[in-house]
Ligand binder design. Structure first.
Ligand code: NAD
Length: 267
């Protein structure tokens, strides 16, 4: 897809990776709407990016908010060609038993329900039009879970799984799906993730952060080429390979002796 002149909606675009995406699409001549639960964040980024970028308030966990945003973007920019479900939240690094049910529910609501609502709000009309693209922000933790980040990792696995499944559903209709798997990237979330670190270590951590515009440009290229996986931090490859190798190694004989696997009929 040539993104010039296309309408792009980026959720959680009031900073960090979403703002990088919005800027990268605007650079290519797209008409961009950024939404955020904090409207002041969205407004500030829309003004910084310029090129007609508009800002809207949105809570991605609310179906009503999705309906309002969809109507507002259509009225001001036109039908959405590219949807970037990027809004997300993290939790402090903690053993899982120290995460409350309310924290679990909130992470799942924003990171998983939000992506579900976004996709389902736009899938029917993209299918009907026979064009469109959905880019969902997972995380490197969507392939590599790690200790003290169990709930966040689970939410990002869910984003990756949902995205791969709907890529198959949408491909026959000419609609593309991509998954962004960021590693450490500069944002309010990442800068605030370890507030108790000593100042010197915070500076070292900050120096390791990728700048969001580069993730944005990677997303634009993936949308242009209709590629599924968007890897921006290839340094995680050895860890991913070790995880996949362990999974491969677990494939041996069927648990039931003599079991013959058949093909499950497609319904
Ligand atoms: N920064 C990283 O290192 C990193 C790494 C991997 C994945 N990610 C993912 O990237 C995405 C963007 O995060 P970021 O790092 O740019 O952080 P960020 O905090 O700067 O951006 C997320 C934005 O989402 C908004 N938001 C939160 N709840 C919302 C809701 N209910 N409705 C609408 N907007 C809401 C926030 O106000 C914020 O502006 C997230 O999905 C995050 O999980 C980030």
């Amino acid at each position: 897809m040539d993104v010039a002149g296309k309408v792009v909606l980026v959720t959680g675009g009031g900073g960090g990776i979403g703002a990088g995406m919005a800027e990268a699409f605007a650079e290519k001549g797209a008409k961009v709407a950024v939404t955020d639960i904090n409207p002041a964040y969205a407004q500030a980024e829309a003004e910084r990016i310029g090129r007609g970028t508009i800002a809207l308030a949105q809570d991605v966990t609310s179906p009503e908010s999705w309906a309002e945003v969809k109507a507002a973007v259509e009225a001001r920019l036109g039908a959405v060609d590219v949807l970037c479900n990027n809004a997300g939240i993290a939790l402090p690094f903690k053993p899982m038993e120290d995460i409350s049910l309310a924290q679990f529910d909130r992470v799942m609501a924003v990171n998983v329900r939000g992506v579900f609502l976004g996709c389902t709000a736009f899938m029917p009309e993209m299918k009907a039009r026979g064009s469109g693209h959905i880019a969902n922000t997972s995380s490197v933790n969507g392939q590599l879970p790690h200790q003290t980040f169990a709930v966040y990792s689970a939410s990002k696995f869910a984003v990756a799984a949902m995205s791969e499944a709907i890529r198959e559903e949408l491909a026959p209709f000419g609609v593309g799906v991509s998954i962004l798997y960021p590693g450490l990237t500069r944002s309010r979330m990442s800068e605030g993730q370890a507030p108790d670190l000593p100042e010197e270590m915070r500076k070292q951590l900050s120096a390791l952060m990728m700048e969001p515009i580069w993730l944005g440009r990677a997303v634009v290229r993936a949308v242009e080429d209709n590629r599924l996986h968007i890897i921006t931090h290839p340094d995680h490859l050895p860890a991913l390979k070790a995880r996949i190798d362990a999974l491969y190694a677990a494939f041996g004989e069927p648990a039931q002796p003599g079991y013959i696997a058949g093909r499950i009929p497609k319904g």
